[in-house]
Design a protein around this ligand. Structure first.
Ligand SMILES: Nc1ncnc2c1ncn2[C@@H]1O[C@H](COP(=O)(O)OP(=O)(O)OP(=O)(O)O)[C@@H](O)[C@H]1O
Length: 493
């Protein structure tokens, strides 16, 4: 029977859906005169008042999140022994409904939804709130695939699917992490696992650990057996594997997951754009497009840059010879100056070094090179800027685009692990479709690690895409690595 007025304030208009816990009602908040969704999250005969108080506190704490990818909780009210959650009204279907009704998603669409959920959860984790019950049934997907995570704290409140205070297991623990299955307390890592398992379900159509009649047997399986490899995950396979790392200490943090998912989503958009229409300038309205694409967008170097690029192989050979010869050699500056310098190790210089764009750094294929300031001679006509100046950072970014798309190995070595998380194959795939790339108007503000630049990609199919990007660097003293990139605007000719 449908209630008419809940907690003396929420006038029931109609049912909007029915989930495992009961009906979700569209109500009119008679005090604030707005639509809200109200859900009965249980009556709790076997919960202590301390449990309930804590659960309500957690649910309310998600209210303070105020994040576009988290369903806002406006109120949690008790009527008799029932608890109602009053939420933002978000016309939607749950991901589990979508999977049931439409079948599995493409990896790119799953990534587009996943990155939004990861963003919402990362924001929650940053303020110490854990979801505890991430699963397809708690991912709401609305118009244009806008996604929001819902039901923060409800798991504890309703005992679903956690172990209750009486030790009983209720609900399906299919999305439990191995450590949770062994009885550990939930932490942010268990949310990461659960989101990985949710993405697995999104592309495969079923959770990695299917429901068993006996939930304890299912917990034993999760605790002891690795998840099966997904077969339809494509570029999502690596992120899912890292999110479902059985060791919570080496598992990705939610922010890492968000980053990697964003890149997969971006890559999917690029492919779509390549096949159909170019990226639109209003992409900024889409939450999945405001950030990273492979720092790899297209380039057609300007004449000056082209000339410098032509020097690169020689500089690399010269530098390699010097490195082989050992430390303490003089490097010949292209200006004709002989400058005393000491090598720091055995690796080849980075492109920016070869262009005199940044001070010498430790030779290392590591994406996060070790700084070795003050010892590097300039190797280009342009004097090397002082370490950590805005100019050095801008030069590093220009240096990256100078070597692309030809030298993906060097480009790859200039990326931080966060950028490499998408996998080298994907990276090379992307660059394989680029005929040339050019960066221009590259600049950084003093003291900032963010470099802004305009990148022009010319694709093999003739499309020319110009993007305004912001690129975050990590490292110091000229030993930088590209840690993130955001597309601010994009235009295709
Ligand atoms: N805040 C909301 N605004 C609008 N519709 C909602 C809201 N929350 C849930 N719904 C809709 O109500 C229906 C049931 O959602 P609910 O979250 O209860 O389902 P469920 O998660 O599958 O159930 P459970 O998690 O209990 O197994 C879904 O169609 C969902 O899209």
């Amino acid at each position: 029977m449908s209630p008419e007025l809940i907690a003396g304030r929420y006038r029931v208009e109609r049912a909007v859906g029915r989930g495992g816990m009961g009906t979700v009602w569209l109500c009119q908040d008679e005090v604030l005169g707005r639509d809200v969704a109200v859900k009965n999250v249980g009556n709790l005969p076997d919960q202590t008042s301390t449990d309930v108080a804590r659960a309500m506190r957690e649910a309310r704490s998600s209210a303070a999140l105020n994040h576009p990818n988290v369903v806002s909780v406006f109120d949690v009210v008790e009527t008799g022994d029932e608890i109602w959650m009053v939420m933002e009204y978000f016309p939607s279907r749950t991901l589990s409904e979508i999977l049931r009704e439409d079948g599995p998603l493409s990896p790119e669409r799953a990534a587009r939804i996943g990155v939004q959920v990861a963003d919402g959860l990362a924001a929650a984790h940053a303020r110490g709130t854990i979801h505890r019950d991430v699963k397809p049934g708690n991912v709401l997907v609305g118009a244009g695939d806008q996604a929001k995570i819902s039901d923060f704290g409800i798991a504890r409140m309703a005992g679903d699917p956690q172990l209750t205070s009486t030790g009983l297991l209720t609900g399906t623990p299919s999305y439990f992490s191995p450590e949770l299955a062994r009885g550990a307390d939930p932490g942010p890592e268990s949310d990461v696992w659960a989101l990985g398992a949710t993405l697995y379900a999104a592309v495969e159509g079923a959770s990695p650990y299917p429901t068993q009649r006996n939930p304890i047997a299912l917990l034993q399986t999760i605790a002891s057996e690795p998840p099966p490899r997904p077969s339809n995950a494509g570029p999502l396979a690596e992120p899912i594997a890292r999110m479902m790392d059985r060791d919570p200490r080496s598992r990705w943090a939610m922010a890492d997951a968000a980053h990697a998912l964003r890149r997969v989503a971006e890559r999917g958009r690029e492919r779509t754009a390549a096949a159909t229409v170019p990226l639109a300038t209003d992409d900024a309205h889409d939450p999945t497009t405001t950030t990273s694409r492979p720092v790899a967008a297209p380039v057609a170097a300007p004449p000056e840059r082209r000339r410098r690029k032509g020097l690169l192989p020689w500089l690399l050979v010269a530098a390699a010879l010097l490195l082989v010869a050992g430390a303490g050699y003089a490097l010949l500056d292209l200006n004709g100056d002989a400058t005393a310098g000491q090598t720091q190790g055995t690796s080849t210089p980075t492109p920016s070094e070869t262009q005199g764009a940044s001070p010498k750094r430790s030779p290392s294929p590591s994406p996060t090179p070790t700084p070795s300031p003050e010892q590097t001679p300039s190797k280009t006509p342009k004097p090397a800027p002082a370490p950590d100046t805005a100019e050095a950072k801008a030069d590093f970014v220009d240096g990256y685009f100078d070597v692309m798309p030809e030298d993906t190995d060097t480009g790859w070595s200039m990326l931080a692990p966060s950028m490499q998380s998408v996998g080298k194959d994907e990276y090379e795939d992307f660059w394989g479709s680029i005929e040339s790339v050019e960066s221009s108007q590259t600049s950084a503000s003093s003291g900032s690690d963010t470099v802004s630049t305009v990148i022009t990609y010319t694709f093999d199919d003739g499309r020319v895409v110009t993007e305004q990007q912001e690129i975050d660097l990590q490292g110091s003293d000229g030993a930088y690595a590209i840690a993130d990139d955001r597309v601010i605007s994009s235009q295709t000719q």
